[in-house]
Design a binder for this molecule. Sequence first.
Ligand code: ADP
Length: 483
Amino acid sequence: MSDFNGLLKQSNLIDGKWIGADGGGEIKVTNPASHDTLGHIPNCGAAETDRAIAAAARAFDDWSRSDLSQRTGLLHKLHDALMDNQEPLAQMLTAEQGKPLAEARGEIAISAAYIKWFAEEIRRAKGEIVPAPSADRKLLVTHHPVGVVAAITPWNFPSSMLARKLGPALAAGCTLVAKPATATPYSGLAWGALCQDVGFPDGVVNILTGSARAIGGAIMDSPTVRKVTFTGSTEIGKELIRQSADTVKKVSMELGGNAPFLVFDDADIDEAIKGAMVAKYRNMGQTCVCTNRFYVQAGIHDAFVERLKEASEALVIGNGAEAGVEQGPLIDTGAVEKVESMIDDARSKGAKVVSGGRRHAKGGTFFEPTVITGATSEMTFATDEIFGPLAAVFKFDTEDEAINAANATDFGLAAYAYTRDLGRAFRLNERLEYGLIGINSGLITTVEAPFGGLKESGMGKEGGSQGLEDYLSTKYTCIAGLT
Ligand code: ADP
């Protein structure tokens, strides 16, 4: 078994030491494509989490008051260490998560880019001296690290979801307790190894694996943890928001989505298909910004469906580690069953499966890229997140109809639209109730821009200058008696 250049860690990092669970319990981790065992990780609980929080609190004293140049210097080294290890990190990510290697390499690159972005952005986290109403006083507005931060991350982007939490937290002067998802823990644990290698002080970064409920409970109960940043399901996010009330923590939530993808008659169809493929099938449809609902205007509908079918059928399916593969397996059988039940539901309500629709002949959790037409608002995918390679196409006539349908959901994360009408582009910007809007692009995430949802898709932003704000507390200080 490869140890991925020494970056595959089978233990947890607390206060600079790699440890196992108190009771010695372990959890097996498998490769979703080959079903090989990748290794075993500690099954930690509340006691280990309390120790990690205490270590982060001790480290916070020095780290929060350290020279900015020390923090940014270490973050730049961390960026370089990630890029120097891009290949083994990408291979590890594909081994535990299943996505094609090319996508995994991209995820490592954007992870490194987040670290560099926040190392640069913290240098511009300026305060203000506000004009005072009387001459004897100065009014200072200053920004300070919030304290110990806990980060809980999902399995679909096990590296970059941690990058955009760890980067701003460490840049701001916070210390961190992170809990990666159990299905894909190694990319998260590798961050601990790299942080240690480049010289972050002990206790600044702590990483735990194990029981989500026990670790999550200890985090949420702790008055020491001042901020929780979470990416995952809306269901768990809501639970964490409720749990945060007792200690009034700051919370950032990146939750589920139900992305609409609008194609108007005036769209450039080649570009629309290119955008549709990436917005639908990236990571086998397992991203919170993946298209859930295609709305295609009547005049272009049949041509668009034909092209989408052709492109979907041409996708190369297999183990993501193999060259040329474009679609890996789904994360587990639960994910396969969810897609199957959505297809059955749609069929029973009159939809037509024009392509795919079944488990792939490769077996395991491989699934055929699937295109469905005749979708309606009664079908499950109209309201629920698919998280799989199923493209459901709805037909519409007017712009108003499309916008209203697109907004008819509790979610508000990402929306896409293809049109060459500039006036329409601005109307969509105003009327689509989404935190992320791609006009003529199906892939818009970038470190420079704030990523985050509206409505039940969450609160807070990651990336952009806004991505730092959540890790800073603002103080107002009045210095009086100056005349
Ligand atoms: P998904 O598995 O669909 O990405 P989840 O919300 O189930 O979404 O998981 C996201 C992250 O939240 C994972 O790291 C998971 O272990 C963690 N998690 C799940 N349940 C809880 C909980 N009750 N408290 C804290 N973290 C949790």
